[in-house]
Design a protein around this ligand. Structure first.
Ligand code: PLP
Length: 379
C-alpha cells in the first residue's frame, strides 16, 4: 500500500458491532470481563483503549514500523523514551533542537544522573569523539527549528549501528509523508503529533514508533506505569487529521515554495531558509532523505533592525502570531523574543539566529492571499 491509502486504511476496519466506517470513540475507563482472566484483550483504559490502538497501528504503518505508541503530548513521548535510560548513561543530542527537548534533557534527566552532550551533527563524524561505553542514545532532530538545518540520518545511523547505540529521530517537522527515519537506519521515531499529523491546531499528542520489539515492550511498560496516555476523543481527532495528511502536506509544500521564492526576490529580505531552495546549504540532504520540502519558511531582513521584523509581524492580516506550527492556517513567530528568548543573544547569533528572523508555518490558504499579505506587511 502507498502512503495516502495507508493513511486512510492501515489498522482501520469498520466497527464489527455496527459497521460504522469511522473508528468509534471508546470513551470508557474499564471493560467488562466474561470471567476472571477472560476478556477481549482490554482490561483497563490506561493500559489499552481501542480508539488508541487503531491510531497506534495507523501511525506505525505510516512510519514503516512494527509498533506504535501514542502519548498525551510530544514531550510525554520523549519523557518515556528517556526513562528507558539509567543513571550514568549518556545521550548525544544535536545542538539545534526543540527547546522543550533541550529542557527535559538538561533540567529533568540530568538531575537523575543522565549526561547529555550537545553536538553539531551537520557533520555526522562529529559524534564519534563523544561515544564511550556509557553512550546509550543518539537524538537527532531534522529539519530543525527555526533555521531548517538538516542532518544526514543514514550517515548518523552507520555510526550508531557500529557502536550498538540506539538512534532516535524527532520527525515532527518532516512528518512520515516526507521522511521515514526507520528506513534510513533509525531505531526510534518520535513525533509531536500536535503539529502536522493532527494538522488542525486542536489536539496535543505525541507518538513513538519502533520495530524493536524488546524496546517497544519496555516503552509500553513505562507508559502504563507512568500513565502519559492520550484521551480516546483526542485519538479520534488525530485519526481524522491523519486522513488528510498527504493532501495537506502537498499544499503546505506548494505554498512554501511560492513564498520562499517571493521572499528571495524581495529587496528588503536578506536570507531565506527553506529546504527546497537549491541555495540551502544542505539541500542535497533533503534530496537524499526526504520526498518533499514542506511549508516551514524562515527569513531575515537586511540590516539589524529588529523593529522591521516586529512591525511586519504586527501588520499581518492572515498570518497569525503564535507558537506551534503545522496547522492548516498560516502562523508566524519571532524566535528571538518568543521560542528562543531563553538563549543569550550572542549564542543565538553564533548559531545564525538573528533578531530580524521571522519563522513562518505556511498554511493551506490560497497562495495569492498569503503573498499579498506578506507584501503589505513587509511594506
Ligand atoms: C512541539 C514539538 C515537540 C513537543 O511536542 P508537544 O506535543 O508540544 O509536547 C517536540 N519536538 C518538536 C520538533 C516540536 O515541534
Amino acid at each position: 500500500m502507498k502512503f495516502s491509502t495507508k493513511a486512510l486504511h492501515a489498522g482501520i476496519e469498520p466497527d464489527p458491532s455496527t459497521g460504522a466506517i469511522m473508528t468509534p470513540i471508546f470513551q470508557t475507563s474499564t471493560y467488562v470481563q466474561e470471567g476472571i482472566g477472560k476478556h477481549k484483550g482490554y482490561e483497563y483504559a490506561r493500559t489499552q483503549n481501542p480508539t488508541r490502538s487503531v491510531l497506534e497501528k495507523n501511525i506505525a504503518a505510516l512510519e514503516n514500523g512494527k509498533f506504535g505508541l501514542c502519548f498525551a503530548s510530544g514531550m510525554a513521548a520523549t519523557d518515556t523514551i528517556l526513562r528507558t535510560l539509567r543513571p550514568n548513561d549518556e545521550i548525544i543530542a544535536c545542538d539545534d533542537m526543540y527547546g522543550g527537548t533541550y529542557r527535559i534533557m538538561t533540567k529533568v534527566f540530568e538531575l537523575w544522573g543522565i549526561k547529555v552532550h550537545f553536538v553539531d551533527m551537520q557533520k555526522p563524524e562529529n559524534i564519534a569523539s563523544y561515544i564511550n561505553p556509557n553512550t546509550k542514545l543518539v537524538w537527532v532532530e531534522t529539519p530543525t527549528n527555526p533555521l531548517l538545518n538538516l542532518i544526514d540520518i543514514a550517515e548518523i545511523a552507520k555510526i550508531t549501528k557500529k557502536h550498538n547505540i540506539l538512534l532516535c529521530v524527532d520527525n515532527t517537522f518532516a512528518t512520515p509523508y516526507l521522511q521515514n527515519p526507520l528506513d534510513l537506519g533509525a531505531d526510534i521515531v518520535m513525533h509531536s503529533m500536535t503539529k502536522y499529523l493532527g494538522g488542525h491546531s486542536d489536539v496535543v499528542m505525541g507518538a513513538v514508533i519502533t520495530s524493536n520489539e524488546e524496546l517497544y515492550k519496555n516503552l509500553a511498560f513505562i507508559q502504563n506505569s507512568c500513565g502519559a496516555i492520550p484521551s480516546p476523543n483526542d485519538c479520534f481527532l488525530m485519526l481524522r487529521g491523519i486522513k488528510t495528511l498527504a493532501v495537506r502536506m502537498d499544499r503546505h509544500g506548494e505554498n512554501g515554495k511560492k513564498i520562499a521564492e517571493y521572499l528571495k526576490s524581495h529587496p528588503k529580505v536578506d536570507k531565506v531558509y527553506w529546504i527546497g531552495l537549491e541555495t540551502h546549504p544542505n539541500h542535497h540532504i533533503a534530496l537524499k532523505q526526504m520526498r518533499g520540502f514542506g511549508g516551514m519558511v524562515s527569513f531575515t531582513f537586511k540590516g539589524d533592525d529588529m523593529q522591521q521584523a516586529i512591525k511586519t509581524m504586527e501588520s499581518f492580516n492572515i498570518f497569525s502570531l503564535g507558537e506551534s506550527l503545522g496547522g492548516v492556517e498560516s502562523l508566524c513567530t519571532h524566535p528571538a523574543t518568543m521560542t528562543h528568548a531563553s538563549i543569550p543573544k550572542e549564542q543565538r547569533e553564533a548559531r545564525g539566529l538573528k533578531d530580524t528572523l521571522i519563522r513562518l508555518s505556511v498554511g493551506i490558504e490560497d497562495a495569492e492571499d498569503l503573498l499579498e499579505d506578506l507584501a503589505q506587511a513587509i511594506g
